[in-house]
Design a protein. Structure first.
Length: 390
């Protein structure tokens, strides 16, 4: 169980690019990072609007002269200081991730970047090589995968409690884009333009969360082939999609079905996962992250609760609040940031043995998300044909 005790020697000097006052995801980063004393926010280029960014940064407690107008100024300004920033989080629109990550790594800074990581696998592989050469960590904020019961599902699959996995069923949907985009805010505008969003809208925006979580629960299974059907119900969003279905065949014979949509009008259910094995199934939703439905064929169904001693060690190790008390998304993000901090600390100490067994969403997780997107687009563009996964 986690209790706020610092798990690394000293707090990392941390900065943010993006995640400003009007940004959707910035606070999730700060509430995750600042929870356990593993990061200290020392600087930022928080906003495209430099003045608003400075005012915001000062109100977050950052010194005014360390609230920069651009990420380039942040890198240059911090390089001049003995106590300069060590790790930078990138919470900006997708099209900026690659260039900001590259510039930070070249300046010797660890990076924590939003998903979808970049536009292409080629970019991911180039950055993976650069990070390795520089001895730096790239973390990716798949923020939902810090929930303790996600790791319970993974441990149960690993122990064989479900039997052979046969069916994977995942859904991440909402209805916030059911209407057209007339008068839409910045976050919708950049998400629906391929120049700023990349090759996908909802597949990258929410589908990559499903895919990464399934990789954690089913690390032994790889996709052989997939079929993606995508559509823009609001035509101005084409060629990007606001709705998609993906069918997947896995190398163990399992079948997968994934649905992402931002036009599921009225839906507030968000994410749902069901992993079906030859003996039993587990089902989990981020709407009720404290509960895991465990159904064994021929037995009464069970609801497992977070923090209970009957859970697997991997799940209890990620618990913060203890049984009976609600855990939520903030706790999950804190775990993600903590696990990335431990990776950065180990890298700084040259502790490769720790890194070999330490679990955190890193550059490979980011790359695999982009690889899955590339395959989805290839299938959709071929008229929703089955394509071999590559
Ligand atoms: P947003 O448009 O709401 O906010 C973007 C923020 O970045 C704003 O503050 C903007 O001023 C700032 N910004 C833009 N360009 C900048 C630049 N060049 N330099 C400095 N600041 C800049 O976007 P959002 O919804 O917060 O999404 C940001 C990223 O986070 C996207 O990649 C998105 O996919 C991802 N995201 C992830 C999650 C998650 O759960 N992990 C949730 C939401 C968004």
């Amino acid at each position: 169980m986690l209790n706020g005790e610092r798990l690394i020697e000293r707090p990392l000097r941390w900065g943010m690019v993006g995640g400003g006052r009007t940004g959707q995801v910035g606070y999730k980063h700060r509430s995750g990072a600042l929870r356990d004393g593993t990061y200290r926010l020392v600087c930022g280029a928080f906003d495209l609007d430099a003045e608003r960014g400075r005012d915001f940064g000062v109100k977050l407690g950052v010194e005014a002269n360390r609230c920069y107008a651009t990420y380039q100024e942040l890198i240059a300004g911090e390089a001049r200081r003995e106590d300069g920033v060590e790790v930078v989080s990138i919470a900006t629109p997708n099209f900026t991730h690659y260039e900001i990550t590259k510039a930070c790594l070249e300046a010797g800074l660890h990076v924590i970047c939003e998903k979808p990581l970049f536009f292409t696998v080629a970019e991911c592989e180039e950055i993976e090589k650069l990070a390795a050469e520089k001895g730096l960590i790239v973390g990716v904020t798949y923020g939902f995968t810090g929930h303790p019961l996600v790791h319970q599902m993974a441990a149960m699959v690993k122990k064989g409690m479900l039997g052979d996995i046969r069916i994977v069923d995942m859904q991440y949907t909402h209805g916030f884009n059911s209407g057209d985009d007339v008068g839409a805010g910045e976050a919708v505008k950049w998400r629906t333009n391929p120049k700023t969003a990349g090759p996908t809208f909802v597949l990258g925006d929410i589908g990559t969360h499903l895919y990464y979580l399934s990789e954690i629960v089913l690390p032994h299974m790889k996709i052989d082939k997939l079929l993606c059907d995508r559509k823009a119900f609001i035509p101005t969003r084409a060629p990007l999609e606001d709705h998609a279905t993906v069918l997947m065949h896995y190398d163990n014979g399992a079948r997968g079905r994934l649905w992402v949509s931002s036009v599921n009008a009225g839906n507030m259910g968000s994410q749902r996962y069901r992993f079906v094995g030859s003996k039993a199934s587990v089902e989990w939703s981020d709407s009720h992250p404290d509960q895991l439905i465990y159904e064994v064929q021929g037995e009464p169904n069970r609801t497992l609760h977070h923090g209970m001693p009957y859970l697997e060690e991997e799940s209890l190790a990620a618990d913060r609040m203890g049984a009976l008390h609600t855990e939520g998304l903030g706790d999950s993000w804190s775990n993600i940031y903590l696990w990335i901090a431990q990776a950065i600390d180990a890298k700084n100490r040259g502790d490769e043995a720790f890194l070999k067994t330490h679990h955190y969403p890193g550059i490979k997780a980011g790359t695999e998300g982009v690889r899955w997107l590339e395959n989805c687009v290839r299938s959709a563009d071929a008229g929703s044909a089955w394509v071999a996964f590559k």
